[in-house]
Design a protein. Structure first.
Length: 115
């Protein structure tokens, strides 16, 4: 069974930076799309950024220019570099990895932006 292990969340002041990491267990065969989602308190989970195996990337408008998604196919890993963090970025962040067309989720890592 594939497991996704996330790390990198924490408490940061507005304007600060964090880097989230997510690594999938197993051989990595069949991994296609990788993504980061987030769920803020009282809100529904939303897609933040996606990256295909070929490197095509998309972001939601609110993080464009501040967040960068990347992946290392050799390590079965996806990353989210978050800069200029804002209060509104406070949420639990989940990685999502599609393997042989099945969607797998991490357990989430909490990001809190507070002064």
């Amino acid at each position: 069974q594939v497991q996704l292990v996330e790390s990198g969340g924490g408490l940061v002041q507005p304007g600060g930076s964090l880097r989230l990491s997510c690594t999938a267990s197993g051989s990595g065969r069949g991994i296609t799309d990788m993504a980061w989602y987030r769920q803020a308190p009282g809100k529904e989970r939303e897609l933040v950024a996606t990256i295909t195996r070929g490197g095509s990337i998309n972001y939601i408008d609110s993080v464009k220019g501040r967040f960068t998604i990347s992946r290392d196919n050799a390590k079965n890993a996806v990353y989210l570099q978050m800069n200029r963090l804002q209060f509104e970025d406070t949420a639990v962040y989940y990685c999502n990895v599609v393997i042989f067309s099945y969607s797998h989720w991490g357990e989430g890592t909490r990001v809190t932006v507070s002064s």
